[in-house]
Write a protein that binds this ligand. Structure first.
Ligand SMILES: Cc1cc2nc3c(=O)[nH]c(=O)nc-3n(C[C@H](O)[C@H](O)[C@H](O)COP(=O)(O)OP(=O)(O)OC[C@H]3O[C@@H](n4cnc5c(N)ncnc54)[C@H](O)[C@@H]3O)c2cc1C
Length: 325
């Protein structure tokens, strides 16, 4: 069984930052990623543009040169891929960590391909794998997706976009511009206030001029092959529909965190317990890094403000190993 000083679960931007920092500190490490490099970013919409400028997405001050100030998804894929290849980071791709067992020496890690031993573990598994479900009849139909990819797919189709956040607004505008007949179905009274300030006027104008239909204070009741049915203050609405994008946000894999022994706050936010000075959780030797730290508040942490976790964790591990030596 291969043994490492630190094993990093998740090869997203923050997992990669942790690998790079471990390497710089001379720690033996491996990153285990269940998909391709930066799998979550790979699954983002093809035309997605980051709200951060590229220097704010940089890891370890490695320059991120992009065509515009705010980079596009494919530029970010290239940047993080180049960091992995040019630094020859030790990363296993398309390998999923299934479980972790605490041992007297440290940890045993079981993946769907192998078994490892490690003194320390970093969980950097993000939040993009589990969508917040609507839990209504018809959500399982193939016409319904919680992930938006390419506007071309919806050209000349009747598309319902459920949600009021950045993802929903970007999808609604892009698909409308590709000739989809777009209807936004919004649970609250308005388009989200956190929608990018340079995008919000665009969607409001499209709605006000009638190019994009919008229903507010709406609750989805059912989705059928031909229609979507929802309740508004004006009563039940039934509209013809070909496809549904349910962009209702995502959540961390809380079951996985609890299986690792991490305590979650017993309120709706499910904040994982960790020491803010070391990122170490209530399980000694187990650390959290990246957006997973925010529990259900998935907007709290992002690349800009969580890339520092790598330095905090590897410094803590180095100091801990020195004090135990
Ligand atoms: C549409 C959109 C726009 C965004 N724009 C910005 C922006 O402009 N600026 C910004 O700072 N942030 C932005 N973010 C947020 C940012 O993308 C995320 O914060 C970032 O991906 C977090 O990095 P991470 O490494 O913590 O998590 P992730 O990138 O989600 O990486 C976690 C990785 O863990 C892997 N994984 C999960 N479980 C396992 C397992 N059991 N075994 C092995 N691997 C596993 C996943 O496949 C994934 O690759 C945006 C997010 C979205 C959705």
């Amino acid at each position: 069984m291969e043994k490492f000083d630190v094993l990093i679960i998740g090869g997203g931007p923050i997992g990669i930052a942790c690998g790079l920092e471990a390497k710089k500190k001379g720690l033996s490490y491996v990153i285990i990623e269940k998909g391709p490099i930066v799998n979550s970013l790979f699954n983002y919409p093809v035309n997605m543009q980051f709200f951060s400028s590229s220097e704010r997405l940089e890891i370890d001050n490695i320059p991120f040169i992009s065509k515009e100030a705010k980079p596009k998804r494919n530029e970010a894929l290239e940047y993080y891929r180049r960091i992995v290849t040019s630094n020859q980071l030790n990363i296993h791709l398309f390998e999923r960590v299934l479980d972790v067992e605490k041992t007297p020496e440290g940890f045993t890690i079981i993946s769907d391909k192998s078994k490892y031993a490690a003194d320390h573990i970093v969980v950097a598994t993000g939040f993009y794998d589990l969508p917040n479900m609507l839990n209504v009849p018809g959500e399982e139909l193939s016409k319904v997706s919680h992930y938006y990819k390419d506007p071309h797919f919806y050209a000349s189709q009747k598309l319902a976009v459920i949600g009021a956040s950045n993802s929903a607004v970007d999808a609604a505008l892009e698909c409308w511009r590709k000739g989809a007949e777009v209807t936004m179905i919004i649970r609250g009274p308005e388009v989200g206030q956190r929608v990018k300030y340079w995008v919000r006027p665009d969607i409001l104008n499209r709605i006000n001029e009638g190019s994009i239909a919008a229903y507010y204070n709406a609750e989805i009741k059912e989705i059928t092959e031909k229609e979507i049915i929802f309740i508004t203050p004006d009563g039940e609405q039934r509209i013809e529909n070909d496809f549904v994008l349910a962009l209702t946000g995502y959540m961390p894999n809380f079951a996985f965190l609890e299986r690792l022994g991490i305590t979650l706050s017993d309120d709706a936010n499910k904040f994982p317990e960790y020491n803010k000075d070391t990122m170490e959780t209530n399980v000694p030797g187990l650390y959290l890094a990246g957006v997973i730290c925010g529990g259900m508040e998935t907007h709290k942490w992002f690349i800009e403000n969580s890339r520092i976790h790598a330095k905090i964790i590897m410094k803590a591990i180095q100091e801990k190993s020195a004090s135990e030596a």
